[in-house]
Design a protein around this ligand. Structure first.
Ligand SMILES: *Cc1c(COP(=O)(O)O)cnc(C)c1O
Length: 352
């Protein structure tokens, strides 16, 4: 081993590849499920005011102001049900660090969020992908496991499909699994249901949320976990001391207080999503009905990669995804109406 070699487990891992982030302005960006609209006005003024705040001091280590506001908005008994993080990706890291030892196993559905695998690899843990059945249903074995299974991830709505596993099915999974079930609700604000209500009944249901998508704050980095207080206390012990910075915590608190803004933006984006689905079907795509701020579609011609390149040449970025042993397709984020009109026009032109 050379002096600067990393742990052997890390030499074999494939790094997570995030969607492209080109310099602002050049592209219509429909590839990473960001909100096309600016964040709530209250967030911008809160950040401006905070700039003259105590930046020379360390922030509140547990973002108490945010947790109080979020608990009240979400109807939770109190802030002790919430752990705040530097994006929900950090929360996922804390969960893997906390639950899955070297050689132990985590499970994820397939295709879904690839980061779960990367986190397992970094930990030196094993991962098991369980393919969705036709119609994006989960097989019964997704809820079964031996004692080496230490954590199960379920993005709900799922990415890239935008599909949902119903709450009663999630409850059954939680009851039958021997470990925590992490319901990653990054997109739940765009859906008509969520699993927050299960957390008080099931000590192994852990719900993660982010401010990156529905609240338009991907650049700020803030996410959180909802779970029973005894678990939140244990996880707080293993996080970085100051994982949420002062400005981000202020921004996230103002965002949580902007529920009318959220309802308006989500309603507007869901109307755009319906238009996208309709137009893509008309062009001949197979479109998966989505409960998130993106649409997964495949075309019988199979020309997905070519179309992705064509759109990129015309300053439109969508996400091309190829899942080995499963297939490929395009994931297109919900943009503004003008952005979607431009994208649909270009797709039509490609097939002419
Ligand atoms: C975007 C996304 C996240 C990450 O959210 P951040 O808070 O920006 O880290 C987590 N899970 C899924 C499924 C996502 O799509």
């Amino acid at each position: 081993m050379a002096k600067t070699d990393l742990r052997p487990a890390l030499s074999r891992m494939l790094p997570y590849t995030p969607g492209e982030q080109p310099p602002p302005g050049k592209f219509i960006k429909l590839n990473t499920n960001e909100n096309p609209y600016p964040p709530p006005p209250a967030v911008v003024s809160a950040i401006r005011d905070a700039a003259s705040g105590p930046l020379n001091r360390y922030p509140d280590p547990t973002a108490t102001a945010f947790r109080r506001t979020a608990a009240s908005v979400l109807g939770l008994p109190g802030p002790e049900w919430i752990l705040a993080g530097n994006g929900s990706d950090e929360i996922l890291t804390i969960l893997v660090r906390g639950f899955v030892g070297e050689g132990q196993k985590l499970r994820l559905p397939y295709p879904s969020y690839i980061l779960y695998r990367t986190l397992a690899d970094i930990q030196g843990a094993a991962w098991e992908q369980v393919p969705f059945l036709d119609g994006w249903h989960l097989p019964t074995m997704f809820g079964q496991g031996e004692k080496d299974l230490r954590l199960v991830f379920l993005p709900n709505p799922n990415s890239p499909s935008g599909t949902i596993v119903p709450v009663d099915e999630v409850a059954r999974l939680a009851a039958s699994l021997p470990c925590p079930l992490v319901v990653d609700e990054a997109y739940a604000d765009f859906a008509t249901m969520n699993c927050l209500g299960l957390v008080q009944k099931h000590d192994n249901v852990l719900v993660t949320r982010t401010l990156s998508k529905s609240y338009g704050l991907a650049g700020v980095r803030f996410g959180f976990l909802v779970a029973q207080p005894s678990l939140i206390a244990k996880l707080t012990n293993i996080k970085d001391s100051y994982n949420c910075d002062y400005l981000a915590t202020i921004a996230a608190t103002a965002a949580m207080s902007s529920q009318d803004w959220l309802a308006d933006v989500v309603a507007k984006m869901n109307v755009t999503r319906a238009r996208m689905q309709q137009q893509l079907s008309k062009i001949g795509f197979d479109v998966t009905p989505s409960h998130a701020n993106f649409v997964w579609c495949t075309h019988p011609s199979g020309r997905h990669q070519e179309l992705h390149q064509y759109l990129k040449k015309n300053q439109i970025l969508v996400r091309y995804m190829d899942f080995p042993d499963w297939g490929d397709g395009l994931r297109i984020s919900v943009g503004t109406d003008d952005q979607i009109d431009a994208c649909m026009m270009m797709i039509k032109r490609f097939f002419e």
